[in-house]
Design a protein around this ligand. Structure first.
Ligand SMILES: O=C(O)c1cccc(C(=O)CC[C@H]2O[C@@H](n3cnc4c(=O)[nH]cnc43)[C@H](O)[C@@H]2O)c1
Length: 249
């Protein structure tokens, strides 16, 4: 690892970054932000696209379980090779809660929260934490979230992880009532964050909004616009990471 003096502080200039998207189209949108060739690295169970710089891109699968399994595989392989990642980024398109996260906008998670991990009871939904288990929220490094939000002209807030895409105004309102700071919902962030936490690795979630959270209208999803916003977001991420001190949590 190369340590450099920057504005009087020591920063790490060679943190390796694992970016986990759900599908190859999202992974390729991230790749377009980086110049130079991309090499394929095959591991048991997953395949990485390695950029000329410090980024390994992984199409980790749809949903929190497969995303966690794929991310854990990549993290373990890197650790065993003696080249662990210093940061994991969950990235892709997402539903945005109107009016705070409009279609085409970028959201950086300051909390990554599993919205449906718990139990329905007569008194309503209880998260697993209230049942005495585990966790439902991971918090990315606040300084990095702040700097990225400013650099990307993005919004910072809670990004929910759901196993079922919201398809009604009622469900959208219920989620917002339970999570008033929620800006977006997607299906992988919490799984990716659980894998990162198991390795003691900081995590980010960056989402480009392709559709409003609410009544299902799949034909209206602006996937192309969201993928373009994702590419732009990752182009802006690199300079912020250059300055990031991983010890600033
Ligand atoms: O059909 C395509 O060309 C295409 C290109 C890129 C991505 C997709 C997906 O379907 C990605 C699925 C992925 O998107 C997230 N997502 C997007 N909107 C929502 C939502 O409203 N609620 C929950 N998740 C959403 C999610 O992370 C999915 O895994 C297709």
């Amino acid at each position: 690892m190369v340590l450099q003096a920057q504005e009087g502080r020591l920063t790490t200039s060679s943190v390796r970054v694992l970016v986990a998207t759900a599908v190859p189209a999202e992974r390729d949108a991230v790749a377009r932000a980086f110049a130079g060739p991309v090499d394929e690295v095959r591991l048991p169970g997953v395949s990485l696209h390695r950029t000329a710089g410090r980024y390994d891109l992984l199409a980790a699968g749809v949903g929190p379980a497969l995303a966690a399994a794929s991310t854990a595989t990549a993290l373990t392989a890197a650790a065993l090779a003696g080249a662990p990642y210093g940061l994991v980024v969950s990235a892709g398109i997402a539903g945005g809660f109107p009016p705070d996260a409009p279609v085409g906008s970028l959201v950086v998670a300051d909390e990554i929260t599993a919205a449906d991990l718990g139990a329905e009871t007569a008194e309503g939904f209880l998260p697993v934490t209230e049942l005495g288990f585990g966790t439902v929220t991971h918090r990315p490094p606040p300084a990095l979230v702040r700097d990225l939000t400013a650099a990307l002209d993005a919004r910072a807030g809670v990004v929910l992880t759901v196993s079922t895409v919201t398809g009604s105004a009622e469900r959208a309102a219920l989620l917002r009532a339970r999570h008033p700071r929620a800006l977006a919902e997607a299906m992988e962030g919490f799984g990716v964050a659980e894998a990162a936490a198991a390795h003691g690795t900081p995590v980010l979630e960056i989402r480009a909004v392709s559709n409003p959270v609410g009544p299902r209208d799949r034909a209206a999803w602006r996937i192309g616009d969201a993928l373009a916003a994702l590419t732009e977001g990752f182009a802006g991420l690199a300079p912020v990471l250059e300055k990031w001190n991983p010890h600033d949590r």
